[in-house]
Design a protein. Structure first.
Length: 189
C-alpha cells in the first residue's frame, strides 16, 4: 500500500498540533468575570460557615465552658490547651521566624519537621479536648470542636489576608491565655 507524501505530512502536522495542545503546561486564563465571581462566592461561603460556627459556639458558651466547667476532666483540658500552644509555637516558628525574619520561602519540603509537629499537636489537642470536655457536652463535644477548628479557624484562614490572620490569631491567643491563666491567679477551679 502506497501513501502519498503530502498526506503523510498533513497527518504529522495534525498529530504535532494535537500533541502541543495536550502537552501545553500553561493553563488558559479564565475570563475575568468568572474568576471574580468564584472569588466572591468562595469568600461568601466561608463567611457563612464562619458566622454559623460563631453563633453555635456562642450559644454553647464554648470558651466559658472550656475555662470554667467544673465537671470537665481538667487534666485533659489542660493538656489540650498545652498542645494548642505548641501548635501556635510551631506556626510562629514557620510564619514569623523562618518566613519574616530569615526571609525564606517556606515550603513543605524545607519545613517537614515543623509541619509534622503541627499535625501531631493539632491531633493531640483535639483528642485531649474531646476527652476533657466529654463529661460536659457528651456527644456534642465532637461537633463543637469541629465548629471551632473547621468553622472558625479554617474559615479565618480562607477569608483574611495572611498578615491579618497573624494579628487576629495572636490577639485571640493572648486574650484566651489571659483568661486561662487568670483562673489560676484568682483561684477559680
Amino acid at each position: 500500500m502506497r501513501r502519498s507524501v503530502g498526506m503523510n505530512d498533513k497527518n504529522d502536522q495534525t498529530q504535532s498540533e494535537s500533541d502541543s495542545i495536550m502537552l501545553d503546561p500553561t493553563p488558559r486564563p479564565r475570563s475575568q468575570p468568572e474568576s471574580w465571581v468564584r472569588f466572591v462566592m468562595d469568600r461568601l461561603w466561608s463567611l457563612t460557615f464562619l458566622s454559623v460556627a460563631c453563633l453555635g459556639l456562642y450559644e454553647a458558651d464554648f470558651v466559658s465552658a472550656l475555662l470554667h466547667a467544673s465537671h470537665a476532666n481538667r487534666n485533659f483540658v489542660h493538656l489540650g490547651i498545652l498542645f494548642g500552644t505548641l501548635l501556635g509555637l510551631f506556626g510562629c516558628y514557620i510564619e514569623v521566624y523562618r518566613s519574616l525574619i530569615l526571609g525564606e520561602r517556606v515550603h513543605y519540603d524545607n519545613a517537614k519537621t515543623a509541619t509534622h509537629g503541627m499535625l501531631v499537636s493539632i491531633m493531640a489537642s483535639g483528642v485531649c479536648l474531646a476527652i476533657g470536655m466529654w463529661p460536659v457536652w457528651h456527644w456534642l463535644t465532637l461537633p463543637y470542636l469541629f465548629m471551632w477548628s473547621w468553622g472558625v479557624v479554617v474559615q479565618l484562614l480562607v477569608v483574611l489576608p495572611p498578615m491579618l490572620v497573624r494579628v487576629v490569631f495572636m490577639g485571640a491567643y493572648i486574650w484566651f491565655m489571659h483568661s486561662y491563666l487568670s483562673m489560676f491567679l484568682i483561684g477559680i477551679p
